[in-house]
Structure formats: C-alpha cells, structure tokens
Design a protein around this ligand. Structure first.
Ligand SMILES: Cc1cc2nc3c(=O)[nH]c(=O)nc-3n(C[C@H](O)[C@H](O)[C@H](O)COP(=O)(O)OP(=O)(O)OC[C@H]3O[C@@H](n4cnc5c(N)ncnc54)[C@H](O)[C@@H]3O)c2cc1C
Length: 376
C-alpha cells in the first residue's frame, strides 16, 4: 500500500511517520528544496505530547524543549488576572528542533523541491494533503473553505535569555505579549496586536514594539532588548473558515492547517495536526480498507477541530479587545473567573489521547450496525 503525503511540515512528517509505522510505503512531496525550518517556538500541550509519545518521539521532544510552568494571564503592570495549571505542563520547543526530531529516522521517502500542482495526477492508495493553509489538495476538492484574516498580526522570536515560568500579558488597545522558556537558556516570546502587517525593516519594527511596550512588566523589555532584528518573524494571523471536510472521495484526506488552520490564541494548530496524524495512522493499519477509515477519520476530527478553532477565535477577540472600556471589561471578566473554571476549558482540549480514537468497527458497534456475517 502506497501513500503520498503532500507537504513536509509538522502535520505531513507526523502522518508519514505514523503511516510508515503501520507498514505503509510513504512518499512525502515537499515544495521547498530544504526541509529545515526556521520559525520560532511552538507550544505542545499534553494532547500533542501524547501523540508524539505514540509516534515514539515524546521523550526526544521533551528533552529538546522547556516546560511551561506557572502560566496565566496578567495585565501590563504585572498583576495576575488568572493562573492556569494543566496538571502536566505543556512543552515549549523550537520549531526547528521539533522538525529535526520528526525527520530523524523517518520511515518514508522524501522528495523535496517538489511542488504539487496537479493533485488529480497523483497516483497512490492514499493521498494526504498536509500542505498548509493554502493547500493545493484542498483547493482541488472544495472551493468553500476560505482564508479569513483576523485583523491581527504577530511578531515572534526565540532569544538567548532566562525567565522564571511564562505567561501572557494583556495591554491597552488590544496588544498582547507572551513568553515561555524553550529550554537550554533560550526563551520564546510573541506579540499579537490589531492592525495591518508592518512594512518597515525588522529594526524599525522592533523599535515600534519597544516603544509600545516600554512600560510593561519584566521580562517584556528585557526580551525585546535581547532580540537581534534578523531573528524577528512577522506574520498576519489567518484562519480557515469554515474548517474543511477532512476526506474527499475514497482515498484523499487532509491533515493540519490544510483542513483547519486556526488563530494561534490557544496554541493548538500544530497540536491538532499531530492529533490528526496519529488518528489517521491508527485507523489505517496495513491492509485496512481505506474508504471506511477515511469516513470515520472525518467524523472524529472535523467537529473537534472546528470547536477548537472557534474557541481560539473567541479568545483572540476577547483578549485582543481594542477599546478602553471593552479592554477593562474583559480584564474584570478574567479577574472574576475562578482559575478552576478558566483551566477547565483548556483541560478539555488537552485531554485527548490516542486511546480515544475509535476504529470503524467501534463506530459501527456504537451505532448498532451488524457486521456482514451477522455476528455482534
Ligand atoms: C504566530 C503563530 C504561532 C503559532 N503557535 C503555535 C503554538 O504555539 N502551538 C501550536 O500547536 N501551533 C501553533 N501555531 C500553528 C502551527 O504553526 C500550525 O498549525 C502548524 O505549523 C501546521 O502544520 P502543517 O504541517 O499542517 O502545515 P505547514 O506548517 O504550513 O506545512 C505545510 C507544508 O506543505 C508544504 N507545501 C505547501 N504547498 C505545497 C505543495 N503544493 N506541494 C508540496 N508541498 C507544499 C509547505 O512548504 C510546508 O512545508 C502557530 C501559528 C502561528 C501563525
């Protein structure tokens, strides 16, 4: 059985590994000539860590990253609005390290420098579109899902620094700053703010951030000062709406941002791509019929990822509230919400485990469908 995975990002490499471990002959087609990633930090919640452990990569990722302890939400003068503990703390890892771990010993053939343009010309028993928010695979099957601009932009970097714990800070006019240690003497920070993409040089943009956040609590200024302009990443915050179907016909599936790119307010985009990858591989042991597996895959993944994407968008609108009054109201709301309650939503998202994946036979049994030979 041969599978083609289009895209060698986090979702594509995890899918290739999962299918390879199930005995599939996998080819990854990646448009970039070089699979090495730049990027900044990526937070991996317990759900993603369980997916990585299932793939045999959890220990390596935990060694490569830093634990996010003592997280929560603060105001720019440093007062805590809420504290969120998830039981097992998430791991913050540099995206390049995660990529390297996913690539190490990958049981698949990788063809880099290979952009897929004609999806219908691909020939395999299974085709997986893992080609990101502007997916060519998705576009070949559905025009309904559109890219939506949240109206916010982000800046990110990983810098040499030390901080105790991490967290997010809400400031005036919808500006936010977050940070967490990536382990090994480095810290990831991000800024999210309303407005258009800036066109100035990275040094000019850093100067804007320093001026905008000059009165914010430590370590905000310290982390901005430790950032060389060439490390600064600047992107619009986009999402797909609605999330796409996750299978088309009898042999095409989508994983990750190709199906459900979401705003990063919950830090769940890559975590969901990892859940997709493990679910798809668990449903497709070697020799399993592909069409019923893909149907069950879509049933199990689409509703969950749509709900998480919606939650992420709502959080973005709340914490990114631009007005003086709306900002004050949101801060009061967070201050009055018990930490227990704030953590409950996050815990529901983080609770996923590979053991939750239902096979087609389980789904039929739950629905009361008799197998063809009449056995129960
Ligand atoms: C600012 C920001 C912060 C984020 N922080 C977090 C976080 O903390 N935690 C988290 O879980 N998620 C986070 N995310 C989301 C996360 O980055 C994405 O969800 C994740 O990278 C999706 O992985 P993917 O493999 O599905 O897609 P991508 O990473 O987009 O990979 C797609 C791959 O497909 C290739 N490709 C595209 N088109 C073709 C083609 N036609 N042919 C061949 N190859 C092709 C691309 O070159 C790329 O390598 C963040 C996102 C942003 C924007």
């Amino acid at each position: 059985m041969h599978a083609i995975v289009v895209g060698g990002g986090i979702g594509g490499l995890a899918t290739a590994r999962g299918l390879g471990q199930q005995g599939w002959d996998v080819t990854v087609l990646e448009r970039q000539p070089d699979l090495r990633q730049i990027g900044a930090g990526i937070s991996l919640w317990p759900n993603a860590l369980r997916a990585l452990h299932h793939l045999g990569l959890g220990d390596a990722v935990e060694r490569a990253g830093g634990r996010i302890r003592g997280g929560g939400l603060r105001t720019w003068d440093g007062r805590w609005l809420s504290r969120v503990e998830l039981g097992a703390p998430p791991v913050m890892v540099h995206r390049a390290d995660l990529h390297e771990i996913l690539l190490d010993g990958l049981p698949a053939t990788i063809r880099s420098g290979h952009p897929v343009t004609d999806v219908h010309a691909l020939d395999a028993d299974l085709i997986v579109g893992a080609d990101g928010i502007r997916s060519a695979v998705r576009a070949a099957y559905t025009p309904k899902t559109k890219i939506r601009d949240s109206g916010q932009v982000s800046w990110r970097a990983v810098v040499d620094a030390e901080t105790p714990g991490g967290g997010e800070t809400m400031g005036p006019r919808g500006w936010r700053f977050g940070y967490a240690p990536t382990g090994h003497g480095t810290v990831y920070w991000y800024v999210a703010a309303p407005g258009p993409l800036r066109t100035g040089t990275p040094a000019e943009q850093l100067a804007e951030l320093r001026s905008e956040l000059s009165s914010w609590h430590d370590p905000v200024g310290r982390l901005l000062d430790a950032t060389p302009p060439e490390l600064l990443l600047h992107h619009p915050l986009l999402e797909l709406h609605p999330v796409a179907p996750m299978r088309f016909g009898e042999r095409v599936a989508l994983v990750g941002d190709a199906a459900h790119a979401m705003t990063p307010n919950l830090g769940q985009g890559a975590c969901q791509a990892l859940e997709d990858a493990v679910t798809l591989a668990l449903l497709l042991p070697k020799g399993a019929p592909v069409p019923p597996a893909l149907e069950v895959y879509d049933q199990q993944r689409r509703a969950r990822t749509a709900a998480i994407s919606r939650q992420s968008r709502q959080i973005g609108r709340l914490v990114g509230a631009k007005g003086r009054l709306s900002g004050a109201l949101v801060r009061t709301l967070f201050r009055l919400t018990p930490d227990r309650l704030a953590a409950a939503g996050a815990q529901r998202v983080a609770a996923w485990s590979p053991e939750d994946v239902k096979r087609p036979a389980d789904v039929n049994r739950d629905a009361g469908v008799r197998p063809a030979d009449g056995r129960r």
